[in-house]
Design a protein around this ligand. Sequence first.
Ligand code: KG4
Length: 337
Amino acid sequence: MKNGKIIGLGLESSCDETAAAVLSGGRDLLSNIIYSQIDIHKVYEGVVPEIASRAHLEMINTIIAASLNDADVSFDDLDYVAATARPGLVGSLLIALQSAKAISYVQNIPLIAVNHLEAHLFASFIENRDLSFPFIGMLVSGGNTALYKVTGPGEMELLGRSTDDSIGEAYDKVSKFMNCGYPGGPVIDRMAAEATVRKNLFPRMLVRTEGYDFSYSGLKTAVINYLKANPDADLREVAWAFQESALELLIRRVFAASQNTGIKTIVVAGGVAANSRLRQLFKEAAGNGEKVIIPSPVLCTDNGAMVACTGSFYYSRGEFSALDADVSPRVHCRKVY
Ligand code: KG4
């Protein structure tokens, strides 16, 4: 507790970011420290789990100390500690969760084990004080492409998800095939913005399919086949066409879900939500009274702030985790997943 406000520490290490953040009163971000391992994994063109967990272990104490220091709080000021426990790379998840357990035990404060997917969506509460339940939640990250009806903490009804590659994976694989580097999302984002000729080279996906599922491996293969058949193609134009097709499906599904459920608040979250074209297209598509909320790019990719914010909901409900809480590569939730 500081200045009469609840102080929470959020820790994140589910993939290749070691992150810690301090939140006051469940919404005010006092610090948000993120160490990205991208430079370590770049040479392998993807995340190597064993290397990731070792790098988290080396960095976690420094990152926690920096987050407390930046926030001008001490361990004694903390009211709760939250950490991502699922889903993610098991060896990586363990680092933040075990650190949180140690802090919880020594400081005698509640531990809150957090669902990473819920945390991505709940990051929106930090910048949007009037956001309330229910909302349509579109999660677009490297590991997941999933559409939810979110009615409260722990209450995420899965409406649809990718039946194959996630959208982030498609960005990363297309970039890899173009020899443009890892992670592919930011590179394709920049290249597409530079395209001078903008024409659709790839078909719209799942136009005849009902429901809310997604599929990205067909588009990825279409791009790769196009590049093989057209080795001199302008990569910026291919990046633009790939991105338009990928985002069109997202927008179609999300707005259909909003219309069919009558829920007008739409939250888009996860690493791919940092994409500049996605942000523009979603805002443009909101013409029927929908309210689209997308966190600032720094809160879209993995961070501790979203974990601390999610933790604040469970803290205020008195729902804490036991010290034997475990990590999991999968998601568990009280309602539907
Ligand atoms: O949420 P995130 O940081 O990690 C998890 O998967 O949990 O998402 C990483 C994904 C990667 O696939 C990366 O290429 C993508 O987010 N990404 C982007 C952009 N920035 C990151 N995709 C498209 N445009 C971006 N600007």
